[in-house]
Ligand binder design. Structure first.
Ligand code: GLV
Ligand code: MN
Ligand code: MN
Length: 429
């Protein structure tokens, strides 16, 4: 990033608000439950595939090239055939996958904003020293395949820690679903970007929290992103008859799980070892009202902006699992764990976002992100920036997730200004 970040960009075009809002509505109908209004597009599932098809089609209709890499990431650029044009990329994007029964904006908004900015930039006849590129990262949420940030980790060349044959909670391999979207499990290393190819990454996202709305700010300038540790815990007890097995003879996996859940909550709530702790997923066998539970699998999600505090929280969880095992006579083990580190965003990109918000007359403020984002993975290989827009009621990962249309458009315009500023853009001569 260079000193030109502080120079205003002359004659910045406007994003096409109607086009952006139309696409947000259309994409929001893919995987939408008509009763709850929630959107379910778990990564590599059928609705995710439909959303991928929609994005590729929209990009092609706009005259852009869309390619899919080995990790299933969709990469959109203007150059003929979709090959890099020789300039380092100014990458923008987010994800298309969602949690189960989530909202229509988490990920989708940032992705469509990135497409809108690449399209507007190309239409405008402006050129810069970086190539504008949009990317839809695969499986950011990890709702079906518990490898969140899968696509961004591949781009950053950081998939080494994952199992060679990633599987979902039902032990189904990722191989087939990945191939169906155009990826290839055996070539994941090819998805890593070579050194020098990536100048910077900027992601627009809904805030997913209450800060901007409460303070009347239209734009959030993200200074740091929380780390996230997700452990899949397996508790193995013994099945037995609910009416005849004496209480002192039981190894009940579900009551052991209850202890794990409350202890995990206490790690954050009572002991303050990390900012938040959540058990949001649990699978139970045989799940029969009159049989003692034999096996439970659950996930423990621990988050903090300080890596040492995450270490402490993880250590407390390990101690708790040992204690629960001893108290209940069950076998308790962590069978999978993923961790993304807390990161700081680029100071220069923050300044560019602030400058752009000022230029556009939008009140802004600096805040950290409690949620995880692909940006924190890309931060390990390139400078990253994040732009937030307000979430109505501060809610996300629920069907009610929403943002005022004017704020959606404002976020896109700030991204365009920021990207042009970062690329030292000028009108084409
Ligand atoms: C991603 O959405 C997260 O859980 O933070
Ligand atoms: Mn999310
Ligand atoms: Mn997201």
């Amino acid at each position: 990033m260079s000193p030109s970040l502080s120079r205003p960009v002359t004659a910045v075009p406007a994003v096409d608000a109607a086009r952006l809002l139309r696409r947000i509505d259309q994409l929001g109908n893919i995987g939408r439950d008509l009763v709850s209004g929630g959107v379910s597009r778990v990564g590599f599932g059928a609705a995710d595939r439909e959303a991928r098809g929609y994005l590729i089609e929209e990009a092609r209709k706009a005259g852009l090239a869309a390619a899919v890499d080995a990790a299933g990431n969709i990469i959109i650029r203007a150059s003929a055939g979709g090959a890099a044009d020789g300039r380092p990329a100014l990458l923008m994007g987010s994800h298309l996958d969602t949690v189960v029964n989530g909202g229509r904006l988490d990920g989708a908004y940032g992705m469509l904003t990135a497409l809108e900015v690449v399209e507007t930039w190309e239409e405008s006849g402006i050129e810069g020293r970086y190539e504008p590129v949009a990317i839809a990262f695969s499986n950011e949420e990890g709702a079906l395949f518990p490898q969140p940030f899968f696509g961004s980790m591949a781009v950053a060349g950081r998939l080494g820690g994952l199992p060679p044959e990633p599987r979902d909670h039902q032990e189904r391999s990722l191989r087939g679903p990945l191939a169906e979207v155009g990826g290839d499990l055996d070539s994941l290393a090819d998805a890593a970007w070579p050194e020098g190819a990536l100048a910077a990454y900027v992601e627009v996202h809904i805030e997913q929290g209450p800060v901007l709305e409460r303070r009347g700010s239209r734009i959030g300038v993200v200074d740091g992103i929380s780390g996230r540790s997700v452990s899949t815990v397996e508790i193995q007890g013994s099945a037995g008859h609910a009416g005849t097995t004496p209480m002192e003879k039981r190894q009940d996996a579900l009551t052991a799980a209850a202890r794990v859940i409350l202890t995990a909550e206490g790690i954050a709530r009572d002991r303050g070892l990390c900012r938040v702790a959540t058990v949001g997923w649990l699978d139970l066998h045989p799940n029969s009202p009159n049989t003692i539970a034999e096996t439970v699998r659950l996930t423990v999600d621990l988050r903090d902006t300080d890596a040492r505090r995450m270490d402490d929280a993880e250590a407390a969880l390990r101690d708790a699992l040992r204690a629960v095992s001893a108290e209940t006579g069950t076998a308790v083990a962590v069978v999978a764990r993923t961790r993304s580190e807390p990161v700081a965003t680029s100071v220069e990109l923050r300044a560019a976002i602030e400058e752009s918000a000022r230029e556009l007359g939008l009140p802004y403020e600096t805040l950290p992100s409690g949620a995880g984002h692909d940006a924190q993975i890309i931060a390990t290989v390139a400078p990253v920036g994040m732009i937030f827009v307000p979430s109505i009621g501060g809610v996300s990962h629920v069907p009610e997730e929403d943002t005022a249309p004017a704020d959606l458009v404002a976020g896109a315009q700030v991204l365009l200004h920021t990207a042009l500023r970062a690329a030292g853009a000028r009108p084409r001569t």
